[in-house]
Design a protein around this ligand. Structure first.
Ligand code: PRP
Ligand code: URA
Length: 208
């Protein structure tokens, strides 16, 4: 689908199955989310620019590399919090912003309640994180927030995506590449992804 990369990897397939399992404990859900997000981070960052530097080994001086891009990771509260540690494990130099959104249960439209971003979004590569891309309302709204604050280079990493959400984000933000671990079938009449993994925020924080 437009703009969407499905990250195809055996370890990701295994972790998606663990996350889907309704009997997984909150602890298992949390640790698996952290692990799968750090595996996904490799693909989401595969084309980052690097800058040459010099490094002294115990034996001699040689060429080394540092990331040329300033990276800002932005989880969508709450469930996106489950993805930040995995990304920070492999991107320790990243700064972190936050967007707080929840879906109105009747209209399924996002309601915003918080945002805080580091300075200099305009010159940063911004990686938006939210495990669930359902109707696409939350991701679209979060990307609009980021753009209003000056972000120009944005990528969106989800875990489970629904076709309708992918289409909505691609239509509203054609400049934003999307990544997901899996593209699921459809939404049910309450806006939940099928087969999905249920309410990610509730399973992450034990508020089912
Ligand atoms: C979930 C999820 C996304 C949103 C996706 O958040 O983490 O932010 O739903 O649905 P959408 O694509 O239809 O907008 P939720 O509203 O459940 O809030 P929570 O993470 O605080 O529980
Ligand atoms: N939000 C979730 O947490 N799960 C879904 O299936 C859809 C939206």
């Amino acid at each position: 689908m437009t703009n969407l990369t499905i990250i195809d990897h055996p370890l990701i397939k295994r972790d998606v199955a663990i996350l889907r399992d309704a009997t997984a404990s909150n602890h298992t859900f949390r640790t698996t989310l952290r692990r799968i997000s750090s595996i996904m981070a490799f693909t989401v960052t595969h084309d980052l620019r690097v800058r040459k530097t010099r490094v002294r080994t115990p034996l001699e001086e040689t060429t080394g590399y540092v990331l040329a891009d300033d990276i800002v990771i932005v989880p969508v509260l709450r469930a996106g919090l489950g993805l930040i540690d995995g990304f920070l494990d492999v991107l320790p130099e990243a700064r972190v912003g936050h967007v707080g959104l929840y879906r109105n249960e009747r209209t399924l439209e996002p309601v915003d309640y918080y945002s805080k971003f580091p300075q200099g979004l305009a010159k940063s590569l911004v990686i938006l994180l939210d495990p669930m891309l359902a109707t696409g309302g939350s991701a679209s709204a979060a990307i609009t927030f980021l753009k209003r604050r000056g972000a120009r280079r944005i990528r969106f990493a989800a875990l489970v995506a629904a076709p309708v959400g992918v289409k909505r984000v691609a239509a509203n933000h054609p400049d934003v590449p999307m990544y997901a671990a899996v593209l699921d079938r459809k939404l049910n009449d309450r806006g939940y992804i099928l087969p999905g993994l249920g309410d990610a925020g509730d399973r992450l924080f034990g508020t089912e």
